[in-house]
Design a protein. Sequence first.
Length: 80
Amino acid sequence: AWVDNQRKVAFMGIRYSRGITSHGVSINCSVDMDWFDHIVPCGFDRRHITSLSDEVSSARTVTVKEITPIFLERFQKIFN
């Protein structure tokens, strides 16, 4: 998922290999962004990685515990 089409805050991936599918999702809630300085998200070299904590207007930390029920509810609604 992109913020303002410039900053990547979440990732989803699907892989199929030898008859086996695997999938994953990640949401950057509050992470050390220095680790992401050396990667190019989804092949777009002018865009950056961000976190939910960095994107909220208040100076607070967004936690995984806070986001999990919201994510699960929306995921279930979309992929029922």
